[in-house]
Design a protein around this ligand. Structure first.
Ligand code: DGL
Length: 254
């Protein structure tokens, strides 16, 4: 069990944060990552905000107690519900969150029509309303809450007849009408193939993983905390079965 304080902890409600870990590993190949997915309690995105906050804080504080140098909340839902409180409780810890990559989309398609697919919780939070106010004033933002997709990704059915059937009523009405679709839940990049087939090839698909990895590198660099030597990845999950850890390693190389 790692206790040295040179690990970067990466947290998600389940396997979705692996889509962020892929970028973190590329951006920071010498770092040691300790990934924790709370699949036993997933999905978070259909829970009330106070439950999401409590689950996130409990998991984050367990990771912090093991001595980490930074925490990445690789979960849009957990970030929206809990990052403010976590930073207040732990002002000396580097805590990085992820949010829907709306700025990237609006910079690329000024005045365009941008869909944001995320969990119902992320889309209802004030943090998302402020993000839209801040960076999308000349764009049309279409909210696309995709309840049910997290469960399919967790069970290895990200691109399947089931995921296509779930997403068709949500996405087909927008086919050919969106300039970009922002994947505002870290589980969704694994379903990008199905999403792209439903919204049409002309629609750019963007997610916050690369930006979050880049930001993490900058924060560690500024704090003088970058590491030399061989990188390492440890994956743990509250579902506490080997299969899910193996599945996460598969997704890491997806
Ligand atoms: N992966 C999480 C996110 O980025 C959500 C998953 C969930 O609903 O548990 O929002």
């Amino acid at each position: 069990m790692p206790t040295k304080n040179d690990y970067i902890a990466v947290f998600d409600s389940g396997v979705g944060g692996i889509s962020v870990l892929r970028h973190l590993r590329r951006e920071l190949p010498n770092e040691r990552f300790l990934y924790f997915g709370d699949s036993a309690n997933a999905p978070y995105g259909t829970r009330p905000t106070d439950e999401i906050r409590d689950l996130t804080i409990a998991a984050a504080e367990k990771l912090m107690a093991r001595g980490i140098k930074a925490l990445v909340l690789a979960c849009n839902t957990a970030t929206a519900a809990a990052i403010k409180d976590l930073r207040l409780r732990h002002p000396d810890t580097i805590i990085i969150g992820i949010e829907p990559a709306l700025k990237m989309a609006t910079d690329r398609f000024p005045g365009g029509t941008i869909g944001v697919m995320a969990t119902p919780a992320t889309l209802r939070e004030g943090k998302f309303a402020r993000l839209v106010e801040r960076c999308a004033d000349h764009c049309t933002v279409v909210k696309l809450p995709a309840a049910g997709l997290v469960e399919l990704v967790e069970s290895g059915k990200a691109n399947s007849p089931e995921s296509a059937a779930l997403l068709r009523p949500l996405l087909a009405p927008h086919a050919g009408k969106l300039d970009a679709i922002v994947l505002g839940c870290t589980h969704y990049p694994f379903a990008a193939e199905t999403i792209s087939a439903l919204v049409g090839q002309g629609c750019a698909i963007l997610d916050g993983g690369p930006g979050t990895a880049h930001h993490t590198r900058r924060r560690l660099e500024n704090a003088g905390l970058l590491r030399d030597g061989e990188g390492e990845i440890i994956i743990e999950n509250s579902a506490n079965c080997h299969d899910i850890v193996d599945f996460c390693f598969e997704l890491l190389n997806f």
